[in-house]
Ligand binder design. Structure first.
Ligand SMILES: [Zn+2]
Length: 160
């Protein structure tokens, strides 16, 4: 399973999902910051720390870990559609957790060897914002747990 998972990561790296994702209609699209100054101006200090410097918010402090409303979680930086509420589950970790991306090409997976661990980092395929990490202990059929910082997300509530 581990080998298959890393194979999938390698595949997603080779696949270069950006161009495909850009072809998709994206209502929430916002311009991607070009300079560090623009990133800082666009984001709060906490969002900048997480999205740009790959930080992690403290568990049970984010806006969305306990959000049960229906809707779309978009990238807080560029508006890319990342996760649907349909795949959100209560992981008990204190971070919003999803079994799958809303659109596979919109979330890119990268091997992360920081902090003496080998993990899989999830980033927005469009702007490169750090989102969180992916683990293979999800409770649904996908077997995946996308453990995502609330600060990287902008929730668009769906009425009805
Ligand atoms: Zn983005």
């Amino acid at each position: 399973m581990k080998r298959l998972f890393l194979g999938l990561v390698a595949f997603s790296l080779l696949f270069n999902p950006v161009s495909r994702a850009e072809e998709m209609k994206n209502e929430g699209a916002k311009e991607i910051p070009k300079t560090e100054a623009e990133w800082k101006k666009r984001l709060t200090p906490e969002q900048y720390d997480i999205c740009r410097l790959k930080g992690t918010e403290r568990p049970f402090t984010g806006a969305y870990y306990d959000n049960h409303d229906k809707g779309m979680y978009r990238c807080v930086v560029c508006g890319n559609a990342l996760f649907s509420s349909d795949t959100k589950f209560d992981s008990g970790t204190g971070w919003p957790s999803f079994s799958d991306p809303a659109v596979k090409q919109n979330v890119r997976l990268i091997e992360d060897r920081s902090h003496g661990m080998t993990r899989v980092e999830a980033v927005c395929a469009k702007c490169g914002a750090h989102l969180g990490h992916v683990f293979e202990d999800g409770p649904t059929a996908s077997g995946m747990r996308y453990c995502i910082n609330s600060a990287s997300l902008d929730f668009e509530k769906k009425d009805s």
